[in-house]
Design a protein around this ligand. Sequence first.
Ligand code: F6P
Length: 550
Amino acid sequence: MSLIDLPAWQALQHHFDVAGKQFNLKTAFSNDSARFEKFCYSLENDGNSPEIVFDFSKNLVSQETLDLLVELARATGLEELRHDMIAGKNVNNTEQRAVSHVALRDVEHADESTRATLNHMRLFSEQVRNGVWAGYTGKSIETVVNIGIGGSDLGPLMVCEALAPYGDSGLTLHFVSNIDGTHIAEALKRSDPETTLFIIASKSFTTVETMQNANTALQWFLRSAKESRYVEQHFVAVSTNSAAVEKFGISLNNIFPFSNSVGGRYSVWGPIGLIICVYIGYDNFIKFLQGGHRMDQHFQQTPLRNNIPVLGGLIRVWYTNFFGAAAHVVSPFDQYLAEFPAYLQQLSMESNGKRIRRDHQPVTYATAPVIFGEPGTNAQHSYFQLLHQGTGLIPADLILPVKSHNPVGNNMHHKMLAANFIAQSEALMIGKSADFHHKPGADEESLEAKALQELAVHESCPGNRPSTSILVEQITPGTLGSLIAYYEHVTFTEGIVWNVNSFDNFGVELGKTLAERLFAEINGEEAGPNDHDQSTNGLLDIFKRISDRP
Ligand code: F6P
């Protein structure tokens, strides 16, 4: 049965028609003095990680809405599939695989191979950090370059930036992902072959961008080191494909393997996180895993109606499918979390940007919204205009650490940041009516009443725009782990309701295949019968003509 034919869906549709679409946040708050308490949830301090608060009260939902959404989750099998994922069943049904990223975070119950890899990560990261791991001239490592793309880049990059206060300040990190030669060229310009370590991170070890960048790095290194016996002091690999790694020239001792059942965008918790482990140290890396595990336990054990990521995911379904919201903004009010929205883009859009259901039939409803975001307050000075006055509904997640790692200016910066964070969710909700008298500015004193009234219309904001505020006591390895796991389970919840497989990503393959053939044509290896469409042939010809110019 299709999702929209389920009685639980139809009950929600009816609820939307009679109540949901007219739901008014200001009225909801004035009718219920306990609304905040009722819709605000906490992940308590567990001794390892400080508290995280999720305030869902400024969303266009009543208790009845949440009850009905939970009914829908139940009807779509969320409880069973949550159990199956944790139990290691093949929930990735198109690739016939289990998904094991959650197991990676359960350090206490890790299996033998996970333990061995963790041990290898510990030894390696300690040696690099304490200077025992020496380069080919005996000098310690000063620069670490992670070469990878997608999930083999975005997670490590985001986490290293987010946890910079815990990082080893003696190490310079570079993340090279793009096939654009500028990316590797700029990293190499800032690196010394004697003191640089390359981590080649690729689950498949076949990704064109990563292989090309890795080869360029290897040639650059060998131009200085001359002898290939030195490669093992400067190149390590993280991959499931040991044969390809060895073929590349990296010794077996320098391979950090992991299982195929860990998806690329879910892989930051394993050896793909090696650069994180080197940068923040093994103990902090374990705290990061434990933070993720804390959210997993909550997700596994808490009844759906009080389950924080389940509610987060269901609220997104409510906006996507009933309000027609095509986008969702995540704005962290923390400069260290600048890369978090980019990370979430892959997590959500590669997981749920699907149009075929798990049972191989086409979907007849919207799936993943576009995720975007930038840190606040910068975002307020760019796209927030559209959130406040645009024609569409764009729900927002706003994230703030209560305690800053940099309480500069007597913590004034942070208090101002916090004021803006709270002001945005308030402004989105309360809006601004046009029924006020526009206060003339100095250069507007000559304006007539009519002109002033016209300006008031432009200044008005409709309000009633939803947001979830997430307050984290402080961004630590533990709280960051919990936050990422929260979004993973939000994504899982949505995927189950939409009945799509959140763990494959076939959609990215076509572009890769076409690029291979176009490369052969651009590179003159294949004459090419010019049998593309007109535009593609035209672009190809223009590129060749201009690039052949002296
Ligand atoms: O092309 C998409 C993708 O497969 C992502 O899912 C993955 O994170 C990325 O490419 C990198 O893949 P790999 O780690 O195999 O190089």
